[in-house]
Write a protein that binds this ligand. Structure first.
Ligand code: ADP
Ligand code: ASP
Ligand code: MG
Length: 440
């Protein structure tokens, strides 16, 4: 059985929902994971922010606008009168709940409940539409089986057991629809798998059912060789290894949630990226195969903070790195890039929630310099560090100030740290020159 995940754009318009129907209507049993309709999660986050900032009227305004938008879509999608009414009732209940939230004291728990509504809305609406069109689909409620543990990792023990139970309860269905992104935490409260998490939902389920394949259907024909939001003339890549896909996703290729390939790589379950608006395009196949050497793709991750830790005592001292790392561990902050010299360490973090505490601890034994607003530019390709043209990178980027470089951490990745304001220029230069050079 396959798992097919459809992102926000794919379920964002009547036309695209009809494309989804055509893609899934091949008679084979399948699991379908849906995101919230495009823009909905952003709106829900904005509503939660209004509540957090004590702006209930603004929140209600946003809720009403979204409510109208949903009624509009429902009228276009559901021509069957009784289904139309049933869906509007369901949707109204959700919007009433959101209005009630504006009278409630803000908490992270409240925010999690608010942002979870997007996937509940989209799955109910799309499932009703599929039923109207004669498809045998049912909803498997994600909150009945999808769980994370105290480390925010999927709790496979429960997921396996509870997924089987809800799945077996509906043996007659052909299409099993479930909500991406949302889950319960270890205390049974509503939580989520972080923004873009529906991709992760799909591969978690893929791993649990040992799926034949996981397909991620989105609004572009696969992983491109550079970020299409910032660079023109990017091209789709037909094959990526799990390692390459993981590096690109982690370092900013928005098409995939950073953890997407983790659950499926051990069982070599292929992940295919496809375009809902252009299903004939090959897309990208991610599996264990390594193809060709050289740079395959470039991604960029913003909002990076660089920390330089300088200490005279580092000279010839062992145990210094351990001391530094322990501080980051205490504050649950992961380090992305790291370089060392005899007198200093430079490292980067993307979560600066605990930055002040970390600096205070480090300052007990070192001098600290912090640079915010940095961007990691990540070049990915199998064995790229050994490729004969890779050295030209520095020639190409001679006009860009590179703050740090990480080379050789893995054979498949070279990462550069630049100021965020140089990100687009750097991506553009790499696009114009490097792809040309590596194909010489
Ligand atoms: P969905 O809502 O379907 O999950 P996303 O917006 O999360 O879609 O991901 C698709 C978007 O990712 C594309 O529209 C594109 O703008 C962006 N993107 C960023 N980097 C890449 C890349 N290297 N290849 C393809 N798309 C990328
Ligand atoms: N709806 C969620 C988001 O916008 C999850 C997803 O789309 O994957 O982040
Ligand atoms: Mg996404």
């Amino acid at each position: 059985m396959k798992v097919l995940k459809f992102g926000g754009t794919s379920v964002g318009t009547v036309e695209n929902i009809s494309n989804v129907k055509n893609i899934i209507n091949d008679g084979n049993k399948k699991i379908v994971v849906l995101s919230a309709m495009s823009g909905t999660t952003n709106s829900l986050v904005a509503i939660a922010n209004c509540i957090a900032n004590n702006l209930p009227n603004e929140a209600i305004d946003k809720i009403n606008k979204l409510h109208e938008l949903y009624f509009d879509t429902i009228d276009k999608l559901l021509v069957d009168e009784s289904l139309n009414k049933e869906v509007k009732n369901y949707v109204t209940e959700i919007f009433n709940f959101l209005v009630a939230c504006t009278y409630t004291e803000f908490s992270v728990q409240l925010e999690n409940k608010i942002v979870a509504q997007g996937e509940l809305l989209s799955t109910f609406i799309v499932n009703s539409y599929l039923n109207q069109e004669g498809l045998q689909s049912v909803i498997l409620p994600a909150l009945s089986f999808m769980r994370i543990d105290k480390n925010k990792e999927p709790d496979f023990f429960y997921i396996k057991q509870d997924f089987q139970a809800v799945f077996n309860a509906a043996p007659e269905a052909t299409i099993y629809i479930t909500q991406g992104f949302i889950c319960l935490n270890e205390e049974g409260q509503i939580s989520n798998l972080q923004r873009g998490g529906s991709d992760f939902t799909a591969t978690i389920i893929g791993a649990v059912i040992k799926a034949e394949e996981v397909e991620i259907w989105t609004d572009i024909d696969g992983m491109h060789n550079n970020d299409p939001r910032y660079v023109d003339n990017t091209k789709p890549i037909s094959n990526l290894s799990y390692d390459e896909a993981a590096e690109l996703a982690y370092f900013g290729a928005k098409i995939l949630h950073p953890q997407t390939v983790t659950p499926v790589r051990a069982d070599n379950i292929p992940v295919r990226l496809k375009n809902t608006m252009n299903p004939e395009a090959f897309g990208t196949l991610i599996n264990n195969n390594h193809t060709e050497n050289g740079v395959k793709a470039i991604a960029a991750k913003d909002k990076i903070t660089a920390i330089k830790i300088k200490s005279g005592r580092m000279l010839l001292a062992h145990g210094f790195l351990r001391k530094v790392f322990e501080i980051f561990e205490v504050y649950e902050t992961s380090i992305d890039m790291i370089t060392t010299s005899e007198v200093a360490i430079s490292l980067t973090i993307d979560d600066d929630t605990n930055l002040d505490n970390i600096i205070a601890e480090l300052e007990k034994f070192a001098t600290i310099e912090v640079d915010k607003n940095q961007a990691i530019i990540c070049l990915v390709g199998h064995s790229i560090v050994n490729h004969q043209e890779t050295f030209k990178l520095f020639q190409i980027l001679k006009d860009v100030k590179i703050r740090m470089i990480s080379y050789g951490g893995s054979r498949n990745n070279i990462s550069l740290l630049v100021n965020s304001k140089d990100k687009i220029k750097t991506l553009g230069k790499l696009n114009d020159y490097l792809f040309e050079l590596v194909t010489l």
